[in-house]
Write a protein that binds this ligand. Structure first.
Ligand code: ZN
Length: 365
């Protein structure tokens, strides 16, 4: 069981979910790095010079917990395959209901870690800012769903579940190292648990026993946080998105009861978009957990108004006390680097979120 101290956390604090839109030239650096087309040290230098812009944007917007925009990553989940040996690049096609035709690595041999997943990102951020920092890593279940393929992976790991179990010690150690390196917030991305709410996704992936899938996700999440952690720990659930289209649809009802079983402090969830079918499901939200309330719809170009965000939060207070409410966008603005999103739009949306947070902090002290 983990032992968290979250005393410096404040109600209505604002978080990013992780990724921010990357300029095209940063996307190209990531591609060049992936295919070994340029000196890695040179690319690192260029990204070291680029990332302060992502940091300054979040500081200008006033966000409490900031990230590096995940500007070093091709995607929130592929970062695992970049840091761990055993994968073959670009082998699997996307298998979410709204196929975005993106290619993913597949595990093809036994895995072994070759470098930290996110610790170096954190250390760089800490060297350039005193702001609170949130760092994301993918969950074991999402890695298993995304990168174990029945077609390519059976020789390495006959079953997806076995592969997931082998990811656990690597992620547990990463959390330990992130905590030791002073991460204020560690977010574990598990969108593939929330994809289970979508009937079409379950049918296409021949998932008949949703409870068995939830159990694999919950058990593996609990295994990686089963240690002393002073960082605030969160799990992020969304419906996946690319080019302003969602990858799945549906209320969180099928998974909401499981949240009380997951030993983290906070859940960052998607509620601004209609795909989640409203906030009434939050009457089942566990009383001892913090909600990261999604108040920014990244799939809609309209900039949210602070007043409408405040009304949304007021409605949620019917179910959750102010002490347990934080604000965030529904998802990272660009979980994969190629996601065509607008950096200035992200800034304006984050600014509205912070304005709403300041109104709420004033009102509820
Ligand atoms: Zn997300």
């Amino acid at each position: 069981m983990n032992n968290h101290k979250i005393s410096d956390f404040n109600k209505f604090d604002t978080f990013v979910v992780g990724s921010l839109p990357r300029p095209v030239w940063v996307q190209r650096l990531i591609e060049e790095n992936k295919y070994g087309e340029k000196n890695p040290a040179l690319i690192k230098d260029q990204l070291d010079n680029a990332i302060p812009m992502a940091v300054e944007m979040q500081k200008a917007a006033g966000v409490t917990y900031i990230s590096d925009g995940e500007w070093r990553r091709e995607s929130y989940v592929k970062i695992f395959a970049e840091s761990v040996d055993g994968f073959t690049l670009d082998l699997s096609e996307n298998i979410t209901p709204n196929a975005f035709s993106l290619k993913y690595p597949a595990v093809t041999s036994k895995i072994s870690q070759i470098k930290p997943i996110a610790v170096n990102e954190l250390k760089f951020l800490k060297s350039i800012t005193n702001k609170k920092i949130t760092v994301a890593i993918p969950s074991p279940y999402t890695i298993g769903r995304r990168m174990w393929s029945a077609k390519y992976s059976k020789q390495a790991y006959p079953e997806r579940k076995t592969f997931i179990e082998h990811c656990v010690p690597i992620l547990k150690k990463e959390i330990s190292d992130l905590n030791a390196a002073g991460a204020d917030s560690i977010q574990i991305d598990d969108p593939w648990l929330s994809l289970l709410v979508d009937k079409k996704y379950r049918e296409e992936n021949q998932i008949k026993n949703i409870d068995a899938e939830i159990e694999i996700s919950v058990d593996s999440l609990n295994s990686i946080v089963d240690q002393e952690i002073s960082s605030l720990t969160s799990v992020h659930f969304c419906h996946a998105h690319f080019n302003r289209q969602h990858g799945s649809f549906g209320s969180y009802h099928p998974i909401i009861e499981a949240l009380g079983l997951i030993n983290v402090d906070r859940f960052a969830m998607e509620f601004a978009s209609p795909v989640s079918e409203g906030t009434s499901v939050l009457k089942h939200f566990p009383k001892n957990k913090i909600i990261g309330l999604g108040v920014i719809d990244h799939t809609n170009t309209t900039i949210e108004q602070a007043d409408s965000i405040v009304s949304q939060v007021n409605n949620v207070m019917n179910h959750i006390s102010p002490e347990n409410i934080t604000l965030n966008p529904d998802c990272g603005f660009a979980p994969s680097s190629a996601n065509p999103m607008n950096f200035d739009e992200a800034y304006l949306k984050l600014t509205s979120m912070v304005k709403a947070s300041n109104i709420l902090k004033e009102k509820f002290g």
